[in-house]
Design a protein around this ligand. Structure first.
Ligand code: LLP
Length: 455
């Protein structure tokens, strides 16, 4: 049975009715079991695997919307009506996600002409797009200015000069934030640690370069300097990272006012709140953390007699990670007596490179069997290298065999967006799940797609 969505014409398939038994002993309350069958967002995942094939990315649309609303409400109550959370779309970028963000009233953070193009193609309002990146090309700058995007987050002096020139050529006055490196260690893994003085991103306060950067920006006739941006890292669990960032940024904003006679009105604190991938990790209470940040902001502003700035933040992972699940089909089970056992599936580091890159942890479930005898396996992919591991040492039913469906949880962030065609593997589709049905948001790549650009 199918019906057409009134908003975007998408076709939905009705879900198989599942007895709701969500959350109990599972990683997240959108994951459940109905008997021994795994459910996600109330859908039988085996049924979805049969219908759409594997590997398959699933996205729980209600969860994405719930996460957006959590941020919007927390922002309104903690920072006031003119604050705005921006979805960091590097976490997952495809047209439907921008439509959802537009409907929810979020802004978006983009980092390339490609992300901007995708957002605009989906009808996302350009004035709510922020354009980041430490290495924007002339073409990026031209495209961003011409598209009328709301704000450039300028990373360095060369970009500042190039943007000023381009805005002048196009006869525009472009709004900008300046990216400042606060010099704060968020205690996360190195690849996502961005706020330290020696970072490739932004201009550091400590070396005195940041104040010169602001002074230079104030002389740019085609730019309107709105405020500052900073981002200290991703997958942050430390309690006071954002408070320490606020201390430093407000002190620096007061320094700008005192030395340059200019009051900056916006402060973007970046993204980074951590997501729980395994039971052993904590669940960050984001509204409570935001309330603490707001408290600290008010204290610091009072200390320097500085007017409360408009606050922006850029959550990516915490909007989409727990809305995602990836399904695979088992191809082989290999037991090497005295050594280890492998479960190999039909995807791998091409659709999820995060263990290979960062040693990231995941929770893995068998989709149809539970409660029986288990064994420990390395869950590996089909790519031609030994590092193609999705997750080592996972507990799965001992009798797991070819054809079984395996689910990897919390794959909504930095999986599809980091996927590749290594070994000429087609990228999986994305199926969105709602209470009233499931629909395709991104099609599966075909073998022809793989050769589409070859001459
Ligand atoms: N703002 C800026 C400037 C960023 O660089 C990032 C992430 C975010 C916001 C969003 O951070 P989030 O809320 O998602 O933590 N590929 C890595 C993550 C890279 C994060 C890069 N920047 C991973 O898979 O863990």
């Amino acid at each position: 049975m199918r019906y057409i969505d009134k908003v975007n014409g998408t076709k939905y398939n009705h879900p198989v009715k599942m007895e709701k038994q969500r959350g109990r002993n599972m990683l997240s309350d959108n994951i459940g079991r109905s008997g021994s069958r795994l459910t996600f967002a109330g859908h039988d995942v085996t049924h979805l695997a049969e219908q759409y094939g594997t590997p398959l990315y699933l996205m729980d649309e209600e969860r994405i919307r719930r996460n957006c609303r959590m941020y919007l409400q927390a922002f309104r109550s903690s920072f006031g009506g003119n604050s705005l959370p921006l979805y960091a779309s590097k976490a997952a970028s495809f047209k439907q996600i921008y439509r959802i963000m537009a409907q929810e009233g979020m802004g978006v953070d983009t980092v390339s002409s490609g992300e901007i193009f995708t957002a605009l193609s989906a009808g996302f309002p350009p004035e709510r797009i922020f354009f980041h990146g430490n290495s924007k090309t002339d073409a990026d700058i031209r495209y961003g200015v011409a598209s009328g995007i709301g704000c450039f987050v300028v990373d360095n002096t060369e970009e500042l000069l190039a943007l000023n020139r381009e805005a002048g050529c196009q006869g525009k006055k472009q709004k900008v934030l300046l990216r400042i490196t606060p010099g704060i260690d968020p205690h996360t893994y190195d690849a996502v640690n961005t706020g330290m003085v020696d970072s490739k991103f932004g201009v550091p306060v400590e070396t005195g370069q940041a104040i010169e950067f602001v002074a230079l920006a104030l002389t740019m006739e085609n730019l309107q300097l709105c405020g500052l941006h900073c981002h200290v890292g991703s997958q942050v669990f430390d309690e006071d990272v954002f408070e320490r960032t606020v201390d430093l940024m407000v002190r620096f904003m007061a320094q700008v006012r005192d030395e340059l006679g200019f009051t900056l009105e916006e402060l973007n604190l970046g993204g980074g709140y951590g997501t729980r991938y395994q039971d052993s990790e904590p669940q960050v209470d984001i509204p409570a953390r935001i309330a603490e940040v707001a408290k600290r902001l008010r204290e610091q502003c009072a200390k320097y007699a500085f007017p409360l700035p408009r606050i922006l933040m850029e959550p990516g992972r915490s909007i989409v990670a727990d809305a995602g699940m990836t399904l695979y089909t088992v191809s082989s089970v290999k037991r090497i007596p005295g050594y280890k056992s492998y479960v190999a599936v039909d995807g791998g580091m091409t659709d999820n490179p995060r263990y290979a890159l960062y040693g990231s942890r995941y929770t893995v479930y068998h989709a149809e069997k539970s409660g029986g005898k288990e064994a420990v396996f390395d869950l590996v992919g089909r790519c031609c290298e030994s590092g193609d591991i999705i997750q080592p040492k996972v507990s799965l039913p001992e009798d797991t065999c070819r054809g079984d469906i395996i689910a990897v949880c919390t794959t909504g962030a930095y999986n599809y967006s980091m996927a590749s065609n290594y070994n000429r593997l087609p990228r999986p589709p994305i199926v969105m799940l709602r209470e009233d049905g499931a629909y395709l948001a991104v099609k599966r790549e075909s073998l022809e797609d793989l050769c589409a650009l070859d001459i």
